[in-house]
Design a protein around this ligand. Structure first.
Ligand code: HEM
Ligand SMILES: *[C@@H]1O[C@H](CO)[C@@H](O)[C@H](O)[C@H]1NC(C)=O
Ligand SMILES: *[C@@H]1O[C@H](CO)[C@@H](O)[C@H](O)[C@H]1NC(C)=O
Length: 501
């Protein structure tokens, strides 16, 4: 890491270099797209600074003004074209990879070449693994995940008597999610190994911290500063200590018995090996891929769950109906995935929480890769190289999309699912994205981990409802914004006590 006293100098250099870049002719010509904020060379920096500090407000201004089309906002390293109309968001959904690249968009947001490794942009085969083998295994591995959620909460939340105990929310949830996810990814005993657990959490959060810093620099400087601002090499070495012996053993057994040997563990290492080709099969690259999936799974889910926990702690009126529904479902189905499927209010509560306080003001990050640009269905033309995103937060808080959008209504989607015939339908379920609900993205590249994430979050909320009472002292802890990224408050505590009723 760059020491903090050097940082202002490096940042100063970056500003000068960026000015040079903005003057250069390589930038896409976006003069026909209306801009929010100043567009001059120096003044757009003021705009970018404003955007970094007030992204949701700036986006809201653009959204209100250009609701039926697109607008652009200045970011430090680029202009971002923001799509606000549902019709045009649907164009994003239908777009092809040859026109709009999701992986390059994702790669830029997370400064992937430095934070996740070069291999991330070259191949995203883990996406196929998550879509197919991992998602298929949720039913079979459900009881394991439930077991790990229970064990993790027991270890994390110690309640000797009947009194309230204040528990740091995000930190606790991160560790529970690290264990629950890794029960699926690597199984016992590694998912409980303290060093591995800590590594999974610190790597996930570290990617976010590093990406925020690296993205203050223009693209051509990123290769220079990226290596100094990432923990990847250090974390990779640490992860290898845990994973390489297991991976080598797997490769050996596969060599011996063929790819589908009888006692092959049903875990992420096996699933990755089903799809990995060539260099991706080395223990080094497989370890890196394991870290990538840990990153994708942990920071997102922990953020989402912590926000939901704040909502629960502030909404005692939700507790009884959620418990009743849960107990009825468990009585009928046991602790299974289908029991979770019956918990319509629980699903609604988590979906509403993600609607209300998502992890980002914009989603569906795409870069125009077609050399001829991309043309929306209303004729708006976007040149090659442009970075685009949909205005998630503004969409989620638009009163044309939701009644009283600025009110948290935990059972909003349960009510929308309505009468008995519609209750089994997938519409308005948390796993189902639509143009008004963008927390998991939309279309071909919508989050493939959402089926696992939703089950995991439901199990966690179910465990809390069954075993604890929760409350918050004081108002809802404010969300921590950095540019478009929204993180659940890091320092806030939630009070837990043994369930009394
Ligand atoms: C509540 C938790 C989660 C949230 C809110 C979330 C959100 C997202 C979003 C917004 C995208 C971008 C979609 C788009 O651009 O259209 C995405 C992509 C992705 N997510 Fe998630 N995610 C979560 C959990 C997970 C988990 C648990 C995994 C893996 C086990 C995962 C793996 C991925 C992958 C591989 C992609 C890239 C898909 C592609 O480009 O085709 N996510 N996620
Ligand atoms: C950008 O495009 C507009 C037309 O949309 C044109 O008038 C202008 O000259 C172009 N600017 C540059 C720098 O190419
Ligand atoms: C997080 O919440 C605590 C109180 O719960 C508050 O003191 C702190 O300012 C919040 N952090 C941010 C960055 O808003």
């Amino acid at each position: 890491m760059i020491s903090s006293d050097l940082f202002p100098y490096v940042a100063g250099l970056a500003v000068i270099a960026t000015a040079a870049y903005w003057l250069s002719s390589q930038r896409p010509n976006l003069s026909s797209i209306p801009a929010v904020g100043p567009t001059g060379l120096i003044s757009s920096y003021v705009g970018a600074y404003d955007y970094l500090r007030n992204a949701p407000k700036v986006l809201q201004r653009g959204y209100n003004k250009y609701k039926s089309s697109v607008f652009r906002v200045p970011y430090y390293d680029k202009w971002v074209v923001v799509v606000s109309s549902p019709q045009l968001v649907d164009d994003l959904r239908q777009s092809k990879d040859e026109d709009l690249s999701a992986i390059l968009g994702f790669g830029q947001v997370f400064a992937a070449p430095w934070t996740l490794g070069r291999g991330f942009i070259d191949s995203d085969y883990h996406t196929k693994v998550i879509q197919s083998a991992m998602t298929r295994s949720i039913t079979a591995r459900f009881i394991d995940i439930r077991d790990e959620v229970a064990a993790a909460f027991e270890d994390e939340i110690k309640l000797p008597g009947d009194d309230w105990v204040a528990v740091p929310a995000l930190g606790t949830i991160l560790r529970v999610i690290s264990r629950a996810s890794n029960r699926l990814f690597v199984g016992l005993p590694l998912c409980r190994d303290p060093d591995y657990q800590l590594l999974a959490v610190s790597f996930s959060m570290g990617v976010m911290t590093s990406a925020k810093k690296i993205n203050l620099f223009p693209n051509f400087l990123k290769p220079l500063v990226g290596p100094w601002l990432t923990n990847l090499p250090r974390d990779l070495e640490r992860a290898k200590k845990h994973l390489v012996p297991i991976i080598e053993e797997r490769l050996r057994l596969e060599e011996e018995h063929g790819p589908n040997w009888a006692e092959r563990p049903n875990d992420l290492i096996s699933w990755l090996l089903e799809y990995a080709k060539g260099e991706e099969r080395t223990p080094h690259m497989l370890t890196q891929r394991m870290l990538i999936v840990n990153f994708l799974a942990i920071h997102t889910s922990a953020n989402s769950f912590t926000q939901a926990l704040f909502h629960l702690a502030q909404g005692p009126e939700y507790v009884e109906p959620l418990r009743e529904e849960l107990e009825a479902a468990i009585a009928e189905e046991g602790w299974t995935k289908s029991a979770m499927g019956k918990c319509i209010k629980l699903d609604s509560f988590l979906r509403e929480s993600q609607r209300y306080t998502g992890a980002s003001a914009v989603n569906i990050n795409r870069i125009v890769v077609n050399p001829n640009g991309f043309t929306f269905s209303d004729g708006t033309h976007i040149p090659h190289g442009t970075f685009m995103a949909a205005a998630t937060h503004a969409t989620h808080h638009d009163d044309q999309n939701y009644e009283n959008p600025d009110e948290f209504d935990g059972f909003r989607f349960a009510k929308m699912r309505g009468n008995d015939e519609d209750r089994e339908s997938i519409k308005f379920q948390m796993v189902t994205p639509d143009v008004k609900y963008l927390s998991f993205g939309l279309g071909r590249h919508a989050c493939p981990g959402r089926f696992f994430a939703v089950n995991e979050l439901k199990l966690m909320l179910a465990y809390i409802l069954q075993h604890y009472d929760v409350k918050l002292e004081g108002p809802r802890p404010p969300t921590e914004w950095f540019g478009t990224l929204a993180a659940a408050n890091r320092s806030a505590k939630v009070e837990f006590r043994k369930r009394q009723t």
